[in-house]
Design a protein around this ligand. Structure first.
Ligand SMILES: [Zn+2]
Length: 201
C-alpha cells in the first residue's frame, strides 16, 4: 500500500488515543500485516488509519480509452489536472528556456506515480539520460490532431524533445522507456518524446 496523506502518524495501537511512535510521508510504500476496524498495522512500525493508504496496484494500472481516462481523472483541463506537485530527485533543464526545474505540476492523482517513476530513474543511475524536461500539464489538443492531448489531464510527460520530435524515430534511450513502462506508462513510437499514463487513446 502507498501513503496518500502528506504526513501519516504511526501509533502504538489502533486508535487516535494511542501514542504516536513515528510518521510516514506521502508516497512511501508499506506492507499491511494486520487490520483492526479502520486501522492497519504496517511493517515495521505500527498502526495507521487505513483511509490514508491506497493500493499500489490500482494506482499503477493505467486507464484504457477515453471513457476510462475520464472516469479516473475527470475532464481535461480541470483544476485537478494541474493541482498535483512532484518534487524531482534532482533538477532538470527545461527544454524551452535556459532554466532548471525541481518541482513539477501534474494531475493530483498522479503525484505518487510520477514520484515513483522519476525516483526509479534516479535510483538506477539513469537521470543523466533526461537531457530536458518538456512538460506535463498543458491543456491543448494532440500534435497534428483535434482530440485533447493526454497532457490536458496532466497524465503525460515529454522528455528530450529536441531530438524526439513528432513523426521521427527519435533517440529515447531504451532504459528510460523500460522504467516508464514498468510504472504503467505507454511510450508513443510516433511521438518519441511522449510518455502517457493511459492506453487506447
Ligand atoms: Zn507529449
Amino acid at each position: 500500500m502507498r501513503v496518500t496523506a502528506s504526513v501519516l502518524n504511526v501509533r502504538s495501537a489502533p486508535g487516535t488515543s494511542f501514542s504516536v511512535i513515528s510518521q510516514l510521508k506521502q508516497g512511501e510504500e508499506v506492507t499491511v500485516v494486520e487490520q483492526s476496524g479502520d486501522w492497519s498495522r504496517v511493517e515495521p512500525c505500527g498502526w495507521v488509519s487505513s483511509m490514508y493508504l491506497a493500493s499500489v496496484t490500482s494506482l499503477r494500472k493505467a486507464p484504457s480509452g477515453l471513457d476510462a481516462i475520464v472516469a479516473m481523472f475527470g475532464q481535461p483541463g480541470s483544476a485537478a489536472a494541474s493541482a498535483g506537485r512532484v518534487n524531482l530527485p534532482a533538477p532538470l533543464k527545461l527544454g524551452w528556456q535556459n532554466a532548471y526545474v525541481s518541482r513539477v505540476a501534474c494531475h493530483v492523482e498522479m503525484e505518487g506515480i510520477f514520484a515513483a517513476v522519476f525516483g526509479a530513474i534516479y535510483d538506477r543511475g539513469l537521470w543523466k539520460l533526461i537531457r530536458t524536461y518538456d512538460g506535463i500539464y498543458n491543456d491543448r489538443v494532440t500534435t497534428g490532431g483535434t482530440k485533447k492531448s493526454t497532457h490536458a489531464w496532466g497524465i503525460a510527460v515529454d522528455l528530450n524533445a529536441s531530438t524526439n520530435r513528432y513523426g521521427t524515430a527519435g533517440d529515447m534511450d531504451p532504459k528510460l522507456i523500460r522504467v516508464f513502462e514498468e510504472h504503467g506508462f505507454l511510450h508513443l513510437k510516433h511521438d518519441p518524446m511522449h510518455f502517457q499514463f493511459a492506453r487506447g487513446y
